[in-house]
Design a protein around this ligand. Structure first.
Ligand SMILES: Cc1cc2nc3c(=O)[nH]c(=O)nc-3n(C[C@H](O)[C@H](O)[C@H](O)COP(=O)(O)O)c2cc1C
Length: 183
């Protein structure tokens, strides 16, 4: 059964969106794009400055309203860009806004190359749920978008199989600490 699956994501520059759309298509899931009321500039330096500040300060920007209720779904597949070694502020707002407990959850992040801390933080924040699997993508729009989309589809399909089998082991278990990172 693929009913009851929601793909939720935030994306400033389209990478996370590419993955979200690929996943939703592959497993026939509903799609919810999280958008802040006040979006930061996409411009080079500005986006790092303001986005980085928001992330480091653990800000929770107000979100635009959406009609889907994520709490109605058993399975959520959640995607975010990495901002300052963390998940993005709009996804922080989303998680704060909803009572996410006892859900099946898959997590992916898009980043320039350091996904593990953000993945770990998101996993910890969602500790009251059954984490089906985690994965990451390095700038998929720059590096072979088709290959990334294919990887996303295969990962999502494997997650759903995991959910069906009610297997609690993560679908991707090779994540380990980055050098120099506190455990
Ligand atoms: C404010 C800001 C902070 C970022 N911090 C990191 C980081 O700490 N590590 C990393 O690997 N990439 C970082 N990135 C790069 C993004 O995670 C990456 O470009 C991602 O693919 C963007 O996803 P999007 O196109 O869906 O917005 C940062 C980008 C921004 C805008």
């Amino acid at each position: 059964m693929t009913e009851g699956i929601l793909v939720v994501y935030y994306s400033l520059t389209g990478n996370t969106e590419l993955i979200a759309e690929s996943i939703a298509e592959a497993i026939n899931a509903d799609l919810l794009k999280i958008e802040p009321n006040k979006e930061i500039s996409q411009e080079g330096g500005k986006k790092f400055l303001w986005g980085g500040k928001q992330s480091i300060m653990h800000e929770k920007p107000e979100l635009q309203p959406y009609s889907i209720n994520p709490e109605d779904y058993n399975t959520l597949i959640l995607g975010t860009p990495v901002w300052a070694w963390n998940y993005s502020p709009p996804i922080r707002s989303f998680i704060e806004k909803h009572d996410l407990k006892n859900k099946n959850i898959g997590i992916w992040v898009c980043c320039m190359g350091k996904p593990k801390r953000a993945l770990r933080k998101l996993q910890r924040r969602l500790y009251a749920n059954n984490i089906l699997g985690i994965t990451s993508f390095i700038e998929p729009l720059k590096h072979d978008p088709e290959k990334s989309a294919q990887k996303a589809k295969e990962w999502a399909s494997s997650l759903i199989k995991t959910a069906k089998a009610d297997d609690r082991s993560p679908a991707e278990t090779s994540e380990s600490a980055e050098p120099g990172e506190p455990s």
